[in-house]
Design a binder for this molecule. Structure first.
Ligand code: FES
Length: 557
């Protein structure tokens, strides 16, 4: 075993000989982001090693020669042979250090307006307890009940990037606690298609299933321990997730999701035994899956709609966008419902761009121009370490306003001190070793173009213009920090719609909680979404023209 001292965590981790540094850290609960699945291509898994001469170089365009000498290496290509020290950047999540995220997201979205009427209730019958479950005619005798039994429910959000679990009292409806982590499947790729590809073999599928199952169970176990709750008391659960994440958690072959006509086997609006997803809890526990709208619009979206207060109002016209690696969009036109999805890529999540990072300490989250000077605001006011999605939107808007960027996305002002050469291309430098390169700008254009095209075409299908919209809900953790005027400035949303934006955070987990605490919401959702029309963007004749137009950063349309 090789001992690695890990900074800034201040802990030691043991790594087996022949194992990559990335794999060894992963086993210890330190998840480094690996958008390319550890292929050595994306450069996102960079770490500093010391002393540098003990570890061979890992050549990559994101590692400058002077940084190579100082010990910058790709974790997915590094094989420690003797004891070393590692310094991690901001590209990791440590299981034990990231307990609060889900709570913050939840508090931002769930306003406590859902009436308490849970699907699962427990009654005492002499010395034993009976579990009554909505849609199950006979009660279930709980075998291992002790003198007291306090039923709890589990709300789960399996995101492509992040996983959140939340324990909810089924006696009071109170949210007892939450825990979150990076989805460990990221080691095999950042997007759903890469994961589908990896799971094509039986071994690959088993590994994908066990990665997510183990993660959900360990988060739940730790949460139960910290709350003094027995896992046997978990009798109900709801999972919000995209269709691929659901199928992989259920260990179902998923290749058909990745190719036309995009079919899938998992069913929404249905109860499953918890064991179907490998989840630990009471033996009798069930999992409810909200309706699945399409192979690319899963239960995270249907559950999420439930907590956007007036989305289903028959007198209103409302757009809902969940901006993650995939952008899912829903539209209600006075009772007519449409949905679509678009591959936005990871740029808005701070990944796949050279100085991109998640929204953690030191990430630029806001950029302003004051008295002709750029002002960069970082999370917790630390020195600039990189930039997260909201900062990226702000920065692009600021560069457009100040003439550093033209609407086609080309960097200008070649004789300006902010503009430098980086790997033979122009880049805007705004910190020590912090750049926005021309290549990064192209990534952002692709993401923005994809989301905006989805919005334009879904409104066209609904027969409305943006002036008809009463409201635009923006979901996704990243959405909370965006400035609507800057979204409009870069053309991410249509002209004159900034005032209609409402951010609603992680609606997937908030919606799952709503479905745990109120069984009537399940029936309502199933009925409301029965006539949802899915718009296949790629089959639309207007798609390519619209997408090409939307690559520009023009605020004029
Ligand atoms: S280069 Fe290591 S994960 Fe992409």
């Amino acid at each position: 075993m090789i001992r690695c001292h890990i900074e800034p965590l201040g802990i030691f981790v043991e790594i087996e000989e022949g194992e990559t540094l990335h794999a060894g850290l992963e086993k210890s609960g330190i998840h480094i982001e690996t958008p390319c699945g550890g292929n050595g291509t994306c450069g996102a898994c960079r770490v500093w090693v010391s002393p540098p001469e003990k570890i061979s170089s890992t050549p990559h365009e994101n590692i400058l020669p002077e940084d190579d000498v100082k010990g910058l290496r790709l974790a997915c290509r590094t094989f420690p042979m003797e004891d070393i020290s590692i310094r991690l950047g901001d590209n990791f999540i440590h299981d034990k250090a990231d307990r609060s995220q889900g709570k913050i997201l939840l508090h931002a979205t769930l306003s406590g307006t859902i009436a308490f009427n849970p699907a699962a209730t427990v009654t005492k019958d002499g010395d034993s307890f009976k579990l009554w479950y909505d849609r199950v005619s006979e009660p279930i005798l709980l075998e291992d009940a002790r003198p007291s039994f306090t039923p709890v429910g589990l709300a789960v959000d399996i995101g492509t990037t992040t996983v959140v679990v939340c324990l909810v009292s089924l006696v009071t409806g109170e949210i007892l606690g939450t825990a979150s982590s990076l989805n460990p499947q990221v080691i095999h790729g950042h997007d759903v298609l890469t994961r589908i590809l990896y799971s094509k073999t039986r071994e690959g599928l088993e590994e994908m299933a066990s990665l997510i199952r183990n993660k959900l169970n360990s988060l739940t176990r730790e949460l139960c321990l910290s709350l003094n709750t027995r896992q046997e008391e978990i009798v109900d659960g709801v999972i919000g997730a995209n269709t691929t994440m659901l199928q992989l958690a259920a260990q179902m072959e998923s290749a058909s999701i990745g190719r036309s006509p995009f079919t899938f086997d998992i069913r929404g609006g249905t109860l499953y035994p918890a064991g179907f997803f490998g989840l630990n809890g009471n033996k009798a526990a069930k999992i409810y899956l909200p309706p699945i709208l399409h192979a690319y619009v899963g239960t995270d979206i249907s559950a999420g709609l439930l907590v956007c207060p007036d989305f289903f109002d028959n007198d209103k016209t409302i757009l809902f966008i969940d901006m993650g690696t995939n952008g899912e969009i829903c539209l209600n036109v006075k009772g007519r419902h449409y949905t679509t999805s678009t591959a936005a890529g990871p740029a808005f999540e701070g990944m796949g761009v050279s100085s991109g990072m998640r929204a953690t300490d030191g990430a630029v989250e806001k950029v302003e121009i004051r008295d002709a000077f750029f002002q960069f605001h970082t999370i917790n006011n630390g020195p600039i370490k990189g930039i997260c999605g909201s900062g990226m939107v702000d920065l692009i808007a600021a560069l457009l306003t100040s003439g550093y960027l033209d609407v086609s996305g080309r960097l200008l002002k070649k004789d300006d001190p902010f503009i430098v050469q980086f790997n033979d291309h122009l880049a805007f430098q705004y910190g020590d070793g912090i750049y926005l390169t021309q290549k990064d700008i192209r990534q952002i254009q692709l993401a923005k173009g994809a989301v905006r095209t989805g919005m334009d075409l879904i409104m066209e299908a609904g027969g409305i213009g943006c002036e008809d919209l009463d409201k635009i809900y923006v979901a996704g953790g990243f959405g909370n920090y965006l400035q609507p005027v800057h979204m409009e400035r870069i053309g991410l949303i249509p002209k004159n719609t900034a005032s209609k934006i409402m951010f609603c955070g992680n609606t997937s987990v908030a919606g799952s909680i709503a479905l745990l605490v109120n069984k009537d919401r399940r029936a309502f959702l199933e009925s409301a979404l029965k006539k949802m029309t899915y718009l296949q963007l790629a089959e639309s004749k207007a798609f390519m023209g619209c997408f090409l137009k939307n690559l520009d950063f023009s605020p004029e349309f």
